[in-house]
Design a protein. Structure first.
Lengths: 147, 411
């Protein structure tokens, strides 16, 4: 089993110093997602201005993969138009569900490509997806609020 | 090392899976027995033999195979009754697991508005959720014993918790997270003083302690087959006849009736009243073989082995800086499941690193979220031993934890 393909340096860096961590105001939607099998949790807020994702803030408890994934996700979606952020979500989801067969696009996923190895560890895919699912949920709720 | 099973090498050979090598050529080090135990060859053979030679539905098949299958199934019931020292074999009900056994009681025990059910904060979710559902349904009140800092049940407010009107006291014999062995006989005595029915979750006790339902003085005892070296898909509820006879059925269907008309049905005598439909026949046969196997080795000897291994495990964990154990630290007063934290590394990451070396442990909340919360932790790593665990496997775990620390550059 190739541990280093799972625990890429980029992932460990994000884990040790997560970006955009903490809960901030203002926000239009807040969600709380739990991974029922392992107990990982994230509370996540989205602030939209028109279609722009102005801020994503979060408080997450969980393993290195879930924490690093939240950090990378915020890097990718903050400042982007929502449709583009949701495209990144779709690309990350495809990567995670690809059983290690999907070649990630660095232009779309940036540091997210480091998670390609996670897809080969079925037990950890949910960890990587937790904050992304929370983001999508909150973003769509926020969009509902602001439109 | 004192207390180990004398024929440990021979016992290990009984479990074919212990020969497995995993990715990277690592030998399996299985320290997840509190989650599910491994199966000895005799259990596998008993099930295969039943399927190859005796398979038929029970009770309703009027042919030789039917008679053989029925005899095997009912023979397993006798084995369980003996294992529990039950006064009557008819008090042994087969379910699909411990969860179903606990739900059976929670669904059928008479409860009304204002009644009280008392559980504990260290229960497995299987002994929390059914009581939440039952008390909500009945308009009854749910209360619980807390946990002390040392991981024991906090009995300081027992007089306040166990009052007249308390109808059920349901608790675990041995905690699956903290390992605590609870003073169940004493609590049962106190519960009976206020007229409550006592339900014991013996899922973690049955694998490693001699169980005598009469001596412990409980009204119901539940356990699950797959943790006592038996197969999945089979569990047991033992209950006192007076209560089982008085309670309504749990599930309706075939085999649980005396007669059925379009208007109304009457019930078969226990245990069949609580066994609707075709039961897990080959699983019962496997469970019978498993309990015979454990009884042959002896539960006292198995318990002594668990204490010795757990003592060694606790000493090993104490040698790793950054490790803190959740639960009692005296091996003689606890079971063989040891949950711990490793500072700076999340339990999933600990488990992943250990798995890369062939070491299987559990990481997460172990279906005991409230007990984790009590200690302010969201998840823990749990190593759990059984009769086939050898000291070298504990050494492998401790080395694996040091490796984990260096991999994640902590401590
Ligand atoms: C203390 C305890 N109770 C109940 C259960 C539930 O057992 P099962 O999942 O087989 O129903 C378990 C094991 O998972 C347990 O450890």
């Amino acid at each position: 089993m190739d541990l280093d393909s799972l625990y890429q340096e980029i992932i460990l860096d994000h884990y040790r110093t997560p970006h955009h961590a903490g809960l901030r105001e203002p926000f239009e939607a807040e969600v709380h997602h739990v991974n029922p099998t392992c107990g990982d949790e994230v509370t996540l807020r989205v602030h939209l201005d028109g279609v722009t994702v102005v801020d994503v803030s979060y408080a997450a408890e969980g393993c290195s993969i879930s924490q690093a994934s939240a950090s990378v996700m915020t890097d990718l979606v903050i400042g982007k138009p929502l449709p583009e952020a949701l495209e990144a979500h779709a690309a990350f989801l495809e990567l995670m569900q690809g059983k290690g067969q999907v070649e990630p696009d660095e232009d779309v996923l940036e540091d997210g490509i480091a998670f390609a190895g996670v897809a080969k560890f079925p037990a950890r895919v949910k960890c990587a997806l937790l904050s992304w699912m929370a983001f999508k949920d909150a973003a769509l709720q926020a969009q509902g609020v602001s439109s | 090392m004192d207390g180990l099973l004398p024929d440990l090498d021979v016992i290990r050979k009984d479990f074919p899976i212990l020969e497995r090598t995993l990715d990277g050529g690592h030998k399996l080090v299985y320290l997840d027995s509190a989650n599910t135990s491994q199966k000895p060859q005799v259990v596998i053979d008993a099930m295969v033999d039943h399927l190859e030679r005796h398979n038929a539905n029970i009770a309703r098949a009027m042919h030789q195979l039917g008679a053989e299958s029925t005899a095997a199934f009912e023979g397993a019931r006798d084995t369980v009754a003996a294992f529990l020292n039950a006064p009557s074999r008819d008090e042994v009900i087969f379910t699909k697991n411990a969860s179903e056994a606990l739900n059976l009681v929670a669904r059928t025990v008479p409860l009304g508005p204002g009644d009280r059910v008392v559980i504990t904060e260290m229960e497995h979710h299987s002994n929390i959720v059914p009581w939440q559902l039952a008390t909500e349904r009945a308009g009854a009140e749910l209360r619980w014993f807390g946990i002390t800092d040392d991981g024991e049940l906090d009995l300081s407010n027992i007089d306040e918790l166990l009052v007249p009107g308390t109808k059920v006291v349901a608790l675990t014999w041995v905690s699956n997270m903290l390992g605590t062995i609870n003073p169940v006989a004493e609590i049962a005595r106190r519960a009976h003083e206020v007229g409550a029915v006592v339900v014991l979750d013996a899922s973690q006790a049955a694998p490693q302690l001699p169980i005598d339902v009469q001596a412990v003085g409980a009204d119901f005892v539940a356990f699950t087959g797959h943790k006592v070296t038996g197969p999945t898909g089979i569990g047991v509820l033992w209950g006192r006849s007076e209560l089982l006879n008085a309670y309504p059925p749990f599930l309706g269907g075939g085999e649980m009736i005396a007669t059925v008309t379009m208007e109304k049905s009457t019930w078969a005598p226990i245990p069949h009243k609580f066994e609707a439909g075709t039961p897990p026949i080959v699983e019962a046969v496997g469970l019978g073989a498993a309990l015979d196997y454990l009884s042959h080795i002896g539960l006292d000897a198995i318990h002594a082995h668990e204490v010795a291994i757990t003592r060694y495990l606790l000493a090993g964990l104490a040698s790793v800086s950054g490790v803190s154990v959740l639960g009692p630290l005296d091996a003689a007063r606890r079971g063989g499941a040891v949950s711990f934290e490793l500072a700076g590394v999340h339990p999933h990451d600990v488990a992943q690193l250990l798995d890369s070396r062939g070491i299987a442990v559990r990481a997460g909340h172990h279906c005991a979220k409230p007990a984790h919360r009590r200690f302010g932790v969201q998840a823990s790593t749990r190593a759990s031993s059984y009769l086939y665990t050898e000291p070298a496997e504990i050494d492998a775990l401790i080395d694996g934890l040091e490796y984990t620390k260096s991999y994640f550059k902590v401590g």
